[in-house]
Design a protein around this ligand. Sequence first.
Ligand code: KIV
Ligand code: NA
Length: 265
Amino acid sequence: IKRITTHVLQEMKTRGEKISMLTAYDFSMAGILDGAGLDIILVGDSASNVMAGHETTLPITLDQMIYHASSVVRAVKRALVVVDIPFGSYQGNSSEALRSAIRIMKESGAHAVKVEGGAEIKESVVRILSAGVPVMGHLGLTPQSIYKFGTYTVRAKEEEEAAKLIADAKVLEECGCFAITLEKIPAQLAKKVAETVSIPVIGIGAGPHVDGQVLVVHDMLGITQEFKPRFLRQYADLRGIMTEAVEGYIKDVKSNDFPNEKESY
Ligand code: KIV
Ligand code: NA
C-alpha cells in the first residue's frame, strides 16, 4: 500500500481531490478507519472528552496523548497519523514545544503534530518544523482556549477576527505547516482561506469549500450522546446498535441461554 505523506496531501489539493480525516484514539478503531481507506487519522486531544469524560480538552496530558497515539500507530498501514500537542505542552516557549513534539514522534511513532493558534505560537511552530517534524495548524474555534472565548459558538463572524484568521493562516503557511484545520467558522471565510494558502485546509464546521473534512469519529458513528451540532453528519447509530447488543447479552445470561452446549467445552 502507498502510504499517505504530507507530499501526497499537497498533491491531492493541487488535483482537487478532497482529503478525508477522522479522529481515533485506540488500536481497534484506528485499524477500522485505516482499513476503510481514510487519508488522515487525528489523535485529537478530544480524547480528553471522548475517552476520559472531561468537559474540555485542557486536562489531557502529554503522556496520555502519547499512549493514545502509540496505540493508533500500531494499527495503521496507510493513513498519515497526526497527534495534537496538548494544552500546556507548547505554549510556554519554543523549547518546550520542540521537546513535546519530539517526545510524541519518538515515543508513539506518529508522523506529524497539530497545534492550536497562529502568530502567537509562530516561534514554536518554526522550532518544531526545524527539527523535521511536520506541523498542522488549527485556527477558528480552538478548544484549548475555550476559557478565553467562553463559548463553543461559531468564530470569526466579525470582520476583525476574520482578517486575523486569514493573516494567521498565511503565517502558518509561511512557517512551513503542511496543512491547517479550520474549526467552526463561516463557509465563505473558510473558502477564502483555502484559496489564499496553497497548503491543504481541512474543515470541521467550516463548509464545503475547503480541501478536506474532519469529524470526531465517535460523533459521526453516533456513539457520543447529546452532542449534535449543525455541522455533524451522523453516519451510524452505533450507540443504539451497541446498546441492543449488550441488552441481548444481559437477557441471554439471565435466562441461561448463554452459553449453550456449542459454546461450552
Ligand atoms: O481534537 C480534535 O478532535 C480536533 C478536531 C476536532 C479537529 O482537534
Ligand atoms: Na484537538
